[in-house]
Write a protein that binds this ligand. Structure first.
Ligand code: SAH
Length: 273
């Protein structure tokens, strides 16, 4: 028997809802890697890049269900209908999303529809950008001396506006660290709400774009200044925003940046030498 015999077999007619992690293919779980090698059809989102899709079985059909050229995503109902149709045709259907499928990825909505349609499904969790992406940016989501809680939130609701079903007052006062998905476009409004509810305007903020990918970038700023910085540097998606004192730990924990510097220094020495 192989040492991978714990990996489940992908039965025909099933949908597996999987998360590919924030981008670095080394963050794929063994389960998702194995699923890619077994699927007949991979229905993937825009955040899942070629570095990950190349693990698909040769001959597997790759179907794109993400945003195209600024047009809104395929309607959610169409995507679910497609998953159900493929499963009923007896395909092994891998629904692959960025990060974790149940974290702001509509995986829950899709799973509910599959459940209601009687389609057997399995969920393969992934590393969410709000944890793994932060780690690549040198920001721990929690630190014992800083925060005993962490709050994940989305910067826009289903209609694209700042979510108004959130109690911003409670969040401002009671959530020491905010990890905000899809927040760059509306951060001015978010900052305004936080500050109005008593959050110090000088509190540190980190913005991490393309976390874990070769073009990852990190900015450090404050609640008051972040929106102007986003505009000035035209910071766009995909970006994670972290608000809270954990951001200060980055001064010592930015392992990726430090390593790159050390590598560059070593190269310089070698060149001089
Ligand atoms: N299910 C995903 C989130 C999907 S919502 C997860 O668990 O990570 C899409 C948002 O996720 C993006 O707008 C961005 O805020 C965040 N995101 C996903 N991948 C990212 C990455 N590599 N770098 C920065 N943010 C990322």
């Amino acid at each position: 028997m192989s040492d991978h015999d714990f990996l489940p077999a992908f039965p025909p007619g099933w949908v597996w809802l999987a998360g590919a992690g924030p981008g670095d293919p080394s963050l794929l779980t063994l389960g998702v890697h194995s699923a890619l090698g077994q699927a007949d059809v991979v229905v993937h989102d825009a955040l899942v890049g070629g570095d990950i899709l190349r693990f698909a079985r040769p001959g597997a059909v790759l179907e794109y269900a993400g945003k195209r050229g600024g047009r809104p995503s395929c309607r959610q109902a169409d995507i679910t209908a497609r998953l159900i149709q493929l499963a009923r045709q007896g395909k092994r259907v891998l629904r692959l999303k960025g990060g974790d499928p149940f974290m702001f990825g509509r995986g829950g909505e899709e799973a509910l529809e599959l459940s209601r349609a009687g389609i057997p499904f399995r969920v393969l969790p992934g590393v969410t950008a709000g944890i793994g992406g932060l780690a690549y940016g040198g920001v721990p989501a929690t630190h014992r001396d800083v925060n005993s809680a962490v709050t994940f939130l989305t910067g826009h609701d289903a209609g694209g506006a700042v979510p108004d079903n959130l109690d911003w007052h409670a969040i401002s006062r009671g959530a020491p660290v905010l990890v905000i998905y899809m927040g760059v476009r509306h951060f001015a409004a978010i900052a305004e709400r936080l500050i109005a509810a008593g959050r110090p305007a000088s509190q540190p903020v980190a913005i991490i774009t393309n976390a874990s990918l070769p073009d990852q970038k990190v900015w450090e700023t404050t609640i008051a200044e972040a929106a102007a910085l986003i505009e000035r540097d035209a910071i766009g998606a995909p970006a994670m925003i972290v608000v809270g004192e954990v951001v200060r730990l980055r001064a010592e924990l930015d392992w990726l940046g430090r390593f790159a510097q050390r590598e560059a220094a070593a190269e310089k020495v070698a060149a001089l030498g």
